[in-house]
Write a protein that binds this ligand. Structure first.
Ligand code: ADP
Length: 266
């Protein structure tokens, strides 16, 4: 507990020192509170699937269900909840990595078009299944190289595209657009989906933040995806932001430094 405060006596050097100590103390306290909150969130997310798994397996173990189809349903639920746990663990690993030093991010001269093409191709089946048109649009012709980690950039795009497809109803459109500015590449992932209410927008990059918890549980999201994405973009020295209108759609923007044709980073 960093509640203790030093008396700030005045504007002289001692007074200023006291002020800095107090600022530091309150920052430490804030940090500690955030850690507590994080731990509480993790515990909650672990506990829920675990209790489902425990409940369903007990039902099966005790032979409370005789019907074979019904038993299969319980087994499927156990599998689903185990997958959820697995996803949580892997997202937590990514998150602590992306926000600290743990994640391997190797910045090299990367052909951005290639990353976009490959990632979009991976998402096509999911889009087609929902009757969503998934398109790439680029600002200018010619090759575009960025300073980035191709695997991590793919992870960013996969995450944004998965969300865009998930939160866009049948028959909608998802567009990946990128354009070179002075020193960086600006990328946008735009959808014609349900949108995010203005009051929720400032929080979407927070850990464990979900706009609608009940809506998301069935679909498997734990609100970690965008915080991982932000961590990765930060580690590239880029920026990320979002604009949205409820019922109309959402656009996520991010930037990545361009590799100039002269300075090659290998
Ligand atoms: P999750 O893994 O739960 O989807 P994310 O961190 O990826 O978590 O997203 C946080 C929340 O932001 C989601 O729960 C969802 O409500 C909202 N969201 C993210 N992307 C979109 C989008 N393209 N359209 C509408 N809502 C979105």
């Amino acid at each position: 507990n960093y509640q203790a405060r030093v008396a700030e006596s005045g504007q002289d050097e001692v007074g200023q020192l006291a002020q800095s100590i107090n600022e530091l103390a309150s920052r430490l306290q804030h940090h500690e509170e955030q850690q507590q909150e994080f731990l509480a969130d993790v515990t909650h997310e672990l506990r829920t699937p675990l209790s489902y798994i425990q409940g369903y397996s007990q039902v099966l173990e005790e032979n409370w269900v005789q019907d074979e189809a019904e038993r299969k349903k319980y087994l499927a639920l156990i599998v689903r909840e185990s997958q959820r746990l697995q996803r949580l663990v892997s997202e937590l690993t990514d998150l602590t990595g992306a926000q600290g030093e743990g994640m391997k991010v190797v910045l090299v001269r990367t052909d951005f078009q290639k990353v976009v093409r490959e990632t979009t191709a991976k998402m096509l089946p999911a889009a087609q299944e929902k009757g969503i048109e998934l398109r790439i649009e680029r600002g200018q012709q010619g090759q575009l190289f960025v300073i980035g980690d191709p695997d991590r950039l793919e992870q960013v795009l996969l995450n944004l595209l998965t969300n865009a497809i998930q939160y866009t109803p049948q028959g909608g459109r998802v567009l990946v657009k990128y354009e070179a500015n002075e020193d960086d590449l600006q990328v946008r992932v735009q959808d014609t989906g349900i949108g995010i209410p203005a009051r929720n927008l400032p929080h979407v990059f927070d850990r464990f933040y979900r706009v609608d918890k009940s809506r998301n549980r069935a679909k498997g999201g734990m609100g970690l995806g965008l915080s991982i994405v932000k961590g990765i973009v930060d580690r590239h020295g880029g920026q990320i932001w979002v604009g949205s209108e409820e019922g109309k759609g959402t656009t996520f923007f991010f930037t990545v430094p361009l590799a100039s044709t002269l300075s090659r980073v290998e």
